[in-house]
Design a protein. Structure first.
Length: 347
């Protein structure tokens, strides 16, 4: 029986044979002491890709965003971000607790906002609160909006607004390479827009673990100290850093295939009666779709789909998310579409 078609997330990817060989050959040392050559190489490459002075390798994107926010702010400060962003949602409890900041949400379609909307959001705050705004955060691509790509022109204007107002600008670039491939904008161009940026190695790039924060040297030094306080002081981390290096050197351009497969899946889903693809056209590797009139409860649907060999995430039933990645090809897309049609009762 073939393996299930796993569309739950691009975090389910497995290291390729080439990546496994690179990891097996990795030079390692005590990265907590700055002595792991593979970690240092990854950090240097990451900084150069985004035109930044320095970089920090951390275990997860959540930790990367946390230490970035904490390094740019002080307790009781305010940050601005899209209401539907990852920082405003799943990461907010940790950010609020450990960085002791509060978040002002910007409610815009697709998670994309302009510098004007950011300025208006600040202007609506009570006068005593306005000076406490220290940081604006943007997510690119935007997960909850189906992989929406934040226009480079918008990011540039937000960056200019922040410089004018002495604010800091951080990009949650968990899937920034997907955004870069989809838009044609180079990673360096994104880096020049902002003060800091975090990206994940463990999603579409296919590495087994890890994220990287890039920014100015003094900011990275503070972020590094903060990461050690929250458990980011790894030891012989070069083994996993080598996977990240391999991903950056060999698995970026292929993201275009994931985008093509996501568009193919969206097209096939639109052919199923009663299924609405949300946030079309699909720009990157995330497809959101809604079952307009469910005929069974969620668990029954999950069981039925699993029996047909497909795994899928719900985003608040009857809204679903399907994510393409390096483990999904054209054959898997066709299998998934057939299974979904049958699971939805549309033979």
């Amino acid at each position: 029986m073939p393996d299930p078609v796993d569309l739950r997330s691009d975090t389910v990817t497995l290291p390729t044979p080439g990546m496994r060989r690179a990891m097996a050959r990795a030079r390692v040392g005590d990265s907590r002491r700055g002595e792991d050559p593979s970690v240092s190489e990854l950090e240097e490459l990451s900084a150069s890709l985004f035109a930044k002075e320095a970089a920090l390798f951390v275990p997860s994107g959540t930790m990367g965003n946390l230490v970035a926010v904490a390094a740019w702010t002080r307790p009781k400060d305010l940050i601005l971000a899209s209401c539907s962003s990852h920082i405003a949602g799943r990461e907010l409890p940790g950010v609020s607790l450990l960085a002791a900041v509060s978040l002002i949400g910007i409610d815009t379609p697709g998670g994309v906002f302009t510098s004007t909307q950011a300025e208006e959001a600040i202007g609506r705050l009570p006068a005593p609160a306005r000076p406490k705004v220290r940081l604006i955060c943007a997510e690119n691509s935007h997960n909850a909006a189906g992989g929406t790509v934040f226009p480079l022109s918008y990011l540039r204007r937000i960056g200019a607004f922040c410089r004018k107002r002495s604010l800091r600008f951080h990009i949650d670039g968990s899937r920034i390479f997907n955004a870069s491939v989809a838009s044609g904008a180079g990673t360096g161009e994104y880096g020049k827009c902002c003060d800091s940026l975090m990206f994940c190695l463990s999603k579409g790039l296919g590495a087994p673990v890890g994220s990287v924060v890039v920014g100015p040297s003094d900011f990275i030094a503070e972020a590094r100290g903060l990461s050690h306080k929250v458990g980011g002081g790894m030891r012989q981390a070069g083994i996993v850093a080598a996977g990240g290096l391999y991903a950056l050197r060999h698995q970026v351009a292929r993201l275009a295939k994931d985008h093509e497969n996501a568009r193919s899946l969206a097209r096939l889903l639109r052919e199923i009666p009663g299924i609405e693809v949300v946030h079309a056209p699909v720009r990157t590797n995330i497809v959101l779709f809604r079952w307009e009139t469910p005929t069974m409860p969620l668990q029954a649907f999950r069981d039925r789909l699993a029996a047909l060999g497909v795994r899928l995430d719900d985003r608040g039933f009857p809204l679903f998310r399907a994510v393409t990645h390096l483990g999904i090809g054209k054959r898997e897309i066709a299998r998934a579409a057939r299974a979904l049609r049958e699971a939805f009762g549309r033979r």
